[in-house]
Design a protein around this ligand. Structure first.
Ligand code: 6R9
Length: 661
């Protein structure tokens, strides 16, 4: 960003107070903010009591070696015991932990007692394979119960896992196995996606052949596809079937307590440049914040709620809000293997109806896809069980927020827009459903115990109504501890831009009430005629037009204005830009959209070019990859496309741009 704050263009006046009933019975009230403000560390020490410690901590934060934090350092605990055994001991063994829904329609329900037996067997199996505390284990799986069981079995043994998203290539898997030096890999023959079995084991074979350090590969049979047909090979000395090894183990296993700062997992995030960063999370602080935020932000009532997070376990959202937070809280949750539109575009809503889901956590990209498919699809299902709706992953455009509230939440369920990162480990900014008067499109304020603000280039806090950079001004329990094997990169990436503050890399603004709005990654901010303009605000303005379902905006180099705003839009109602009568040549619609943005945000934000497209390039966790669109808009060869969900999307977009200049 240049030496001028981010412009504050979008004005949003709509306000939604919490439902009275929810507010009356809310787990967390406004008092939490006051308690945490009066004694932040005392507040977190109190939250740590949600966990069962073998040795309770007497210390809270040790920041003497900043930015390397230690939380609850003299406490000892076992994460798997906290997520499973203690609930069984408390008499809740018959409560459902996981309702598994396979994409082909197969189902399984695991109680906490079932989960305890499975986790114990898996821990015994890993022990037989030689896994010891401190050893790293790579997990490359579809979304099935064994994935959660494998993570918990690793945690039980104190063996940090590195989950690699099942959609990643052999190459990405090899890099991650190598960086973490994992010697055991847990995988499956495959999983179901879009109505078909997709193989995983062949990619493991390829990756393992390349790294040459892996001793064992433990393979769950999920699809039953013949391995050779899928291009894989079985290595007798290395590979072992889960059902051969795990099923014959004892279902008893005594958990050992580990130090609060014992590593729990490594999760890789790919930045735009350089090799992926292995984000390291540890035990006590991580679990404390994952459990507290899940309790507070979803208002979880474990006796009655049915919770569903649609993320993949390969992302941090799946770690903190499928595996660790909900299970630490004794929740009942849905685990769904497949895609939202298989076999039909109402699949998610059918699942909500079937299980009576009360708390739903999903991403703006999915909400916008549902908007595009049409209002009539969710209308066919009974969604009346839903009482809190969560969003994560990207800024949620105000119109997508309104659609989510009205069409999924019956116009009454509060939306919690949760801002956080792989690095933060757990939620950081979010409304509280029983307290906050919500605003469409804003994550609003730091959670109790979290300190965040918006600063300008000189690290000065911006006044209300101004924009800048989001920073975290105090350490928090679930913060990353370092980048695996690269302390210097940890310091350089997060703690060097502003002295003593964590730099999140996101642009943000404060509104007139001091509430925070996320405005996209700092790398994506556009500079137009001397003004810094947020991609998010222009995109949200486009999405507020009734004909637009989704928009991606980039700044392309321009001789007159430094950068010119270029927008790529997906039209609503399933209108496919390939087949509909509206396309790039439809000057009428393009003019209408340009005028709409100019009217809403001012002439400075009026896009120079608008191109209707059928799809947008997304990362596999659903975030728009603006970098690639910038390459297209500037007529450059495309950079790295390996993390794209579907690389052919870029060909389609390029084919639509004969006049790009
Ligand atoms: C949890 C997760 C982190 C980046 C983050 C920001 C964006 C996530 C957001 C949001 C606006 C929200 N982001 N949640 N932006 N509002 N509610 O997504 O982690 O994959 O590491 O991504 O995602 O840009 O910096 P991760």
């Amino acid at each position: 960003m240049s030496n001028e704050s981010l412009a504050n263009l979008l004005k949003e006046e709509r306000r939604f107070p919490p439902p009275a009933e929810l507010a009356t019975h809310a787990n967390v009230t406004a008092a939490a903010y006051e308690q945490a403000a009066a004694d932040r560390l005392g507040f977190w020490a109190e939250q740590a009591k949600r966990l069962s410690w073998e040795t309770a901590p007497t210390q809270t934060l040790d920041w003497s070696d900043a930015p390397f934090a230690k939380w609850f350092a003299d406490g000892r605990l076992n994460v798997a015991y906290n997520c499973v055994d203690r609930h069984v001991e408390a008499g809740l063994g018959d409560r459902i932990a996981l309702y598994f829904e396979g994409e082909p329609g197969d189902t399984r329900a695991l109680t906490y007692a079932d989960l305890q037996r499975e986790v114990c067997k898996a821990a015994n199996a890993l022990t037989e394979l030689g896994v010891r505390a401190g050893d790293r284990v790579a997990i490359y799986m579809p979304m099935i119960p064994e994935t959660v069981i494998a993570m918990l079995a690793c945690a039980r043994l104190g063996a940090p896992h590195s989950v690699v998203f099942g959609g990643f290539s052999a190459d990405a898997l090899a890099t991650r196995i190598e960086d973490a030096d994992a010697q055991v890999v847990i995988t499956a023959d495959g999983g179901y996606r879009r109505g078909k079995p997709g193989a995983l084991k062949p990619a493991v074979d390829e990756a393992v052949a390349r790294v040459d350090r892996v001793r064992h590969v433990l393979v769950v049979r999920r699809t039953g596809q013949p391995l050779e047909e899928a291009g894989g090979t079985w290595h007798d000395s290395r590979d072992v079937w889960w059902h051969d090894l795990v099923d014959r183990q004892s279902d008893q296993h005594t958990p050992e307590a580990f130090d609060a700062e014992h590593p729990l997992f490594i999760l890789y995030t790919s930045g735009t440049t350089g090799k992926p960063k292995g984000i390291l999370h540890t035990t006590g602080g991580y679990l404390t914040q994952a459990a507290y935020t899940h309790h507070a932000v979803f208002d979880l009532k474990p006796e009655t709620d049915v919770y569903w997070c649609t993320a993949d376990v390969g992302w941090v959202t799946g770690h903190s809000y499928i595996t660790y937070g909900p299970l630490a809280n004794g929740a009942t949750e849905v685990l769904y293997e497949g895609t939202p539109d298989t076999p039909h575009q109402g699949r998610w809503w059918e699942i909500v109806q079937k299980y009576g889901v009360t708390l739903l956590y999903t991403a703006p990209t999915a909400i916008r896809a549902c908007m595009k498919w049409g209002d009539d699809i969710p209308a066919k299902f009974d969604l009346s069980s839903l009482r809190v709706l969560g969003s994560v992953g990207e800024p949620i455009n105000p119109e997508a927020w309104m659609w989510y509230r009205n069409h999924i939440g019956a116009g009454t369920a509060p939306i919690v827009d949760t801002w956080w990162q792989t690095e933060t480990g757990a939620m950081m900014l979010s409304p509280l459903p029983g307290v906050t008067e919500t605003k469409p499109g804003s994550a609003q304020l730091p959670l109790p115990g979290i300190a965040a603000t918006v600063v300008d280039d000189d690290a000065r806090e911006v006044p209300d109504g101004a924009g800048g950079y989001l920073v975290l001004t105090e350490p928090w329990p679930s913060m990353l501890r370092t980048i695996w094997g690269d302390d210097q990169r940890y310091i350089d990436t997060y703690w060097s831009r502003f002295e003593g503050k964590y730099f999140a890399g996101d642009g943000a603004k404060k509104d007139d009430d001091g509430d925070i709005w996320l405005l996209g990654r700092v790398d994506d901010v556009m500079l137009v005629s001397g003004h810094n303009i947020s991609t998010t605000e222009v995109e949200s303005s486009l999405v507020s037009h009734p004909k637009v379902a989704e928009a991606a905006v980039v700044g392309a180099t321009d001789p007159q204005t430094t950068q010119a705003i270029c927008a790529f839009v997906i039209l609503r109602g399933g209108a496919d830009a390939e087949t509909s009568d509206v396309d790039a040549s439809d000057a009428g619609l393009v003019e209408e959209l340009r005028a709409h943005v100019a009217k809403q945000l001012g002439p400075i934000a009026k896009p120079k070019r608008i191109m209707p497209v059928a799809e947008l390039p997304k990362t596999r966790s659903g975030k728009i990859m603006r970098r690639l669109l910038r390459d297209v808009a500037e007529n450059r060869d495309l950079g790295d496309v390996t993390t794209l969900t579907d690389a052919s999307v870029m060909e389609l977009i390029q084919a639509k741009l004969p006049t790009a200049a």
